[in-house]
Write a protein that binds this ligand. Structure first.
Ligand code: NI
Length: 393
């Protein structure tokens, strides 16, 4: 079994890959509600002769394919959840559920990982070790499903030594993959700020404490953390996404609540963001006479691709797709992915699978017209199967 040995089999699998993807696309389910989805996935894995466990981390599914030999395993991971989004594509296999859509391609991820399971199961006598197929719930719902899958021990029995995950993208052509050594996606931490002042008639502000003015000061001062306190060569984002306060035009607001998110590519910057926010908000509180409470929740960690495993990835993908089809992503994304939680525990590689539809304007993830080129499915399945074999060897 070498890096290109799955190419023909993956092409032959194309009708099933497309059928799986379309079936899954039609029954989008939100995080931790993936029941139909889990049943479909578990059904395919069982039919392929894998040892299957359901209800892991909520609605997750894990399949284990025993190899010819025991020993540490390699894992392939797909996410299962859809989005609360009204689909606006013209495909004949559109969502059957109003207000729910596979608008982030997780249907394709599942199809591709099922495809890799089918390819590897067909040649299990040659497989140099076990492969674990992880279908996790709730990627879109921080703190996310990966955490629960890990707590359920999905990397423990058999022990997993390396893991691969992917995301389809409509911005890269079919036949290409995008990858990057080190940080490829950011951490995503969320915060809630509660500002308490004192309500009073709008005509006599000196008798109250205005939470809205304090909020305005806080928002502007918070922006100086990224602009003035952090190392400018280290990317960071601080976004205040919501603000709610006040009841009537002639009442000084006694309370404002704001929520937002921060992003960073390493834990040092993450800590500096939180510490900076605490310091700035304490200063605004003192200056304004308000009481400010910051609830800061650490969410998904930065997603770091392992150096050695990225080298293996590039070698295998280069052999399968052609060396010029393995694109080095110039920049990480400051989006986040809970695949990062696996990457915290063991060597991991996360990559983008090109899925652009020719002559169609690409739509980003979470767009109501998001769609993929299904030609990427056999490519992804063949590549994952080859990666599993290479990483086992
Ligand atoms: Ni996604």
């Amino acid at each position: 079994m070498n890096a290109v040995s799955f190419r023909a089999a993956a092409e032959a699998l194309r009708p099933r890959l497309v059928a799986w993807r379309r079936q899954l696309h039609q029954c989008p389910e939100l995080g931790f509600e993936e029941k139909e989805t889990a049943a479909l996935v578990a059904g395919v894995l069982t039919e392929l002769g894998l040892q299957v466990r359901m209800g892991i981390g909520g609605t997750g599914v894990v399949g284990v394919l025993a190899g010819a030999k025991d020993g540490p395993a390699v894992a392939l991971r797909a996410d299962m959840d859809a989005l609360p989004l009204q689909e606006d594509t013209a495909v004949e296999f559109a969502s059957r559920y109003p207000g729910r859509m596979h608008g982030c391609g997780h249907d394709a991820h599942m199809a591709v990982v099922l495809g890799a399971a089918a390819l590897l199961a067909a040649r299990r006598q040659e497989l140099p070790g076990p492969v674990v197929f992880i279908f996790q719930p709730g990627e879109e719902m921080p703190p996310g499903g990966a955490r629960l899958m890990l707590a359920a021990g999905v990397l423990d029995n058999p022990p997993v030594k390396a893991i691969f995950g992917l995301h389809v993208t409509s911005y890269l052509p079919v036949g290409t993959v995008g990858v990057r050594r080190g940080a490829i996606m950011a951490s995503a931490d969320n915060f809630t700020i509660k500002i308490k002042g004192r309500t009073v008639h709008g005509a006599s502000p000196h008798l109250g404490v205005d939470a809205i003015v304090a909020a305005a000061q806080a928002i502007l001062a918070l922006q100086t953390i990224v602009a003035r306190r952090l190392d400018p060569v280290q990317p960071a984002v601080l976004t205040v996404g919501t603000i709610h306060g006040g009841e009537k035009e002639n009442i000084v607001a006694g309370q404002v609540t704001m929520t937002g998110t921060t992003r960073a590519l390493n834990n040092v910057i993450r800590k500096q963001l939180e510490a900076g926010m605490r310091q700035v908000l304490a200063g605004v509180a003192a200056a304004s006479g308000t009481a400010i409470d910051l609830d800061y929740l650490w969410g998904y960690p930065p997603l770091i691709n392992d150096e050695k495993l990225t080298t293996l990835f590039r070698r295998v993908a280069g052999a399968v797709l052609g060396p010029d089809k393995v694109l080095e992503l110039a920049n990480p994304s400051l989006g986040a992915e809970d695949f990062a939680r696996y990457a915290e525990k063991l060597p991991a590689v996360y990559f983008n699978l090109g899925a652009a539809i020719p002559d169609v304007e690409p739509h980003p993830w979470h767009h109501p017209q998001f769609n993929i080129n299904e030609d990427c499915l056999p490519i992804g399945a063949g590549l994952l199967a080859s990666l599993a074999v290479a990483a086992l060897g």
